[in-house]
Design a protein around this ligand. Structure first.
Ligand SMILES: Cc1cc2nc3c(=O)[nH]c(=O)nc-3n(C[C@H](O)[C@H](O)[C@H](O)COP(=O)(O)OP(=O)(O)OC[C@H]3O[C@@H](n4cnc5c(N)ncnc54)[C@H](O)[C@@H]3O)c2cc1C
Length: 457
């Protein structure tokens, strides 16, 4: 079977779905291939732009401040590449990067506002939502169900950490203790913190309950009323103004559930940031897919790009395989947004780290070839290490048009663009920049691809 389009996007996480939506919105016929699940769906669902510089212990208070530091110190970071515009004056580079990032965030917030994952927060300052460990982390945007307007500023706020029996992912008493100690140390609200545990039996199962199971249970009518009935006396006893729950409020009905709970218990309810499997990550993935389809994009799920044809420096066709069919897709331009090791864009074995679709050059954090780097030599012995793992910074390196380059520093194909976690030059886990880099590079790669397609048409 053969198909044709203006733009073929390979990879359906944050980067590919942002790029595909922008192209479809610009009137291009756009097809997107997604072979499996994305890191986007495993993420906490909070969109980090830039939280820390590598090695720094103090977070940035604004994304703007962080982007300026990155532009000055890491010229090959994906954010820095945005600033390489023909004829730009050196003093305007940071403004260009900040402006493009702000445009992406504003666009994304607008696009997701009527989906199951509308966003709160803005580009003016980082926010510090609470994790299920009781710690906080800097991020730029969270889903509205994860946002508290005034917990950390209201002098009389009283916070109730609420867990669920049978769900071992979250321990409300440990989280309450950690959070309170941190807040006392800096002398900031809330005034008082407490904890409680509610009973849930998703689909009749009272033990070994995962967050996804609770969320699916709460998507059903009347489940939220049962929770409200249990929660109300706990809120009244503590005098709680705010209730922190793990991220389980529902996959499709989280916004409604938050409102219903708040109306019945008389306190503000918000979800904390959690670990995979992540309900807000899943909501974000579904919302991005809806955004892409609503704007006219076509998506082939379960289809893996496996080979390609390149003629005279241009890719003309990519072949994709699904369990029961194989097809060739012709396009004028291509965006590679296949993610890293979780998405499947990079893979490592005893021969080194390679890019899985086109066999493109991969580089290390020091911009040496990663083609012969054995992954085990490029990881830190401590699993959750504050320095991160050098393997996380490996990937593709780009020209100023977001096209992957080869050993000579020249683009590998004139019509191949790339975005997201498959890129080199940053470690999202220590910088806190994962979904931000994916969104902003997806937006930038799409802009270049759209211009290219319009020129050749
Ligand atoms: C546990 C965890 C928690 C995280 N928490 C956060 C957080 O709180 N905030 C934050 O900002 N970031 C977070 N991140 C980082 C963030 O999730 C990633 O940086 C981001 O999702 C990368 O997006 P992407 O689109 O580049 O790649 P992915 O989301 O991985 O998408 C890659 C896509 O490519 C597809 N694909 C791969 N190969 C092929 C092929 N050959 N053919 C077709 N399709 C293919 C995959 O199926 C997938 O759909 C977290 C990551 C993890 C793992």
């Amino acid at each position: 079977m053969d198909m044709e389009c203006d733009l073929l996007v390979i990879g359906g996480g944050m980067a590919g779905l942002v790029a595909g939506t922008l192209a479809a919105e610009a009137g291009l016929s756009t097809i997107l291939l997604r072979k499996g699940q994305s890191a986007t769906a495993y993420s906490s669902g909070a969109i980090d732009i830039i939280g820390y510089l590598p090695d720094a212990s103090e977070p940035f208070s604004t994304p703007e401040e962080g982007l300026a530091a990155i532009a000055g110190l890491y010229p090959l970071h994906p954010y820095s590449i945005i600033g390489y515009v023909d004829g730009i004056k050196p003093e305007d580079v940071v403004d260009e990067i900040v402006g493009r990032t702000r445009d992406t965030i504003t666009w994304l917030k607008e696009k997701l506002k009527d989906t199951i994952a509308p966003l709160s927060g803005d580009f003016k300052s980082n926010i510090f939502p609470i994790t299920i460990l009781g710690t906080t982390k800097p991020t730029c945007l969270v889903q509205k169900t994860m946002y508290s307007e005034d917990l950390q500023t209201r002098e009389d706020s009283v916070l109730l950490f609420t867990g669920f029996s049978g769900n071992a992912d979250f321990n409300p008493s440990v989280a309450a203790k950690t959070y309170l100690e941190d807040r006392i140390a800096i002398g900031e609200p809330p005034r008082k913190v407490g904890h409680c545990t509610l009973r849930v039996s998703p689909f009749g199962k009272p033990y070994n309950v995962s967050s996804v199971e609770i969320a699916r249970h709460l998507d059903h009518e009347r489940s939220i009323e049962d929770l409200a009935t249990q929660l109300k006396p706990q809120v009244e006893q503590l005098g709680a103004t705010h209730v922190a729950v793990p991220p389980v409020l529902g996959i499709k009905t989280a916004m409604d559930n938050k409102k219903k709970l708040e109306d019945q218990i008389g306190a503000e309810v918000f979800e904390m940031l959690g670990f995979p499997p992540s309900v807000p990550g899943l909501r974000l993935q579904l919302a991005l897919e809806e955004m892409y389809r609503t704007n006219g994009g076509k998506m082939l799920v379960g289809h893996e790009a496996t080979s390609y044809i390149k003629t005279e420096g241009r890719i003309t066709k990519v072949s994709a395989k699904a369990p029961r069919r194989e097809m060739n897709i012709e396009a004028k331009a291509f965006i590679l947004s296949t993610g890293k090791y979780i998405g499947g864009g990079l893979s490592g074995d005893e021969n080194g780290i390679r890019e899985t679709v086109f066999g493109l050059m991969t580089v290390t954090d020091a911009y040496h070839s990663a083609g012969e780097i054995i992954p085990s030599r490029y990881t830190n012995r401590i699993a959750i290490s504050p320095e991160g793992h050098p393997i996380n910074s490996c990937g593709l390196t780009l020209d100023p048009h977001f096209r992957p380059i080869n050993e000579d520093g020249v683009e590998w194909a004139s019509n191949l663009y790339s975005a997201g976690a498959v890129l080199a030059g940053y470690d999202y886990s220590i910088e806190k920049s994962g979904l931000g880099v994916a969104a902003v590079s997806g937006f930038s790669a799409a802009k270049h691809a759209i211009d290219f397609i319009k020129e050749v048409a």
